[in-house]
Write a protein that binds this ligand. Structure first.
Ligand code: G5P
Ligand code: MG
Length: 225
């Protein structure tokens, strides 16, 4: 497979995590990294990064661009994905025009710039209900009491460990997160449209979106990028 270096972006609750794990089942050679999962792991560990992240996440605010760029760069380096061969998918980063510029400056020297950006276009009015029913595992595995319930209620399917509610999954914080997403969307879209790598997939459910996402990704891989 030609190396795919993609970003998946979309409003909070639009299905980035859900669709990433579906995609990785089909294309397991792609590595994935979610900025929100990294921050939640740091919070669970009680690290300095986690303590700093907590106050932003609980308010629904974005962490500073430079801080996030450094965090993701460190993760990419540690995972040894910064080369021209590795396929990876970033969920939730970059989220602002400045983060996109920072990311490019990290990737270009390694011949590993982003070659595909997917925007999940899901109507905000269908999302709120999903958040109320979301339960997550610290690994990043995500469940929904109606849409994809765990096999045992409130337990992770793989480890059997307890699931938890995210501190930002309440209607007030959700509204802040949604507004912030739409405030940053246009500059990001423009940035990646100019590079000719931007694809929007629309639909009200992940089941509708997934086949569109998969065929866009498969076409990209076959195109030789
Ligand atoms: P995150 O963690 O990146 P968000 O807000 O971008 O958080 P979120 O909430 O993780 O995105 P998602 O991944 O897009 O949403 O959605 P999901 O978890 O897959 O699906 C949501 C729910 O719907 C789940 O319960 C799922 O089972 C269900 N579901 C999926 N599809 C369907 C469907 O078709 N039907 C139904 N009924 N249900 C469905 O970022 C969190 C915070 O971290 C900080 C910020 O503070 C941010 O707010 N942060 C950053 N700050 C600055 N810069 C960055 N780059 C940052 N990244 C993170
Ligand atoms: Mg997510």
């Amino acid at each position: 497979m030609n190396p795919l270096r993609m970003i998946i972006m979309g409003a909070p609750g639009s299905g980035k995590g859900t669709l990433t794990s579906k995609l990785l089942k089909k294309l397991p050679q792609i590595h994935s990294l979610s900025s929100g999962d990294i921050l939640r792991r740091e919070m669970a560990n009680g690290s300095e990064i986690g303590k700093m992240a907590k106050s932003y996440i609980e308010r629904g605010d974005l962490l500073p661009d430079k801080f996030m760029a450094n965090l993701i760069q460190a993760e990419l380096e540690q995972q040894k994905w910064l080369d021209a061969k590795t396929s990876f998918l970033l969920d939730g980063f970059p989220r602002t025009g400045n983060q996109a510029i920072e990311l490019e400056s990290v990737l270009v020297p390694h011949n590993s710039d982003i070659n595909m950006v997917i925007e999940l276009d899901v109507p905000p009015e269908v999302i709120l209900n999903r958040i109320a029913n979301r339960w997550v595992h610290i690994s990043g595995r995500v469940y929904n009491l109606e849409y994809n319930p765990p096999k045992v209620p409130f337990k992770d399917d793989i480890t059997g460990e307890p699931l938890f509610k995210r501190p930002d999954d309440n209607p007030e914080t959700f509204k802040v997160r949604l507004d912030k997403y739409f405030a940053e969307l246009e500059p990001l879209r423009e940035y990646y449209e100019k590079k000719g790598v931007y694809v929007k997939v629309s639909g009200e459910t992940s089941d509708i979106i997934f086949p569109k996402l998969l065929s866009a990704v498969e076409a990209k891989v076959k195109s030789g990028l």
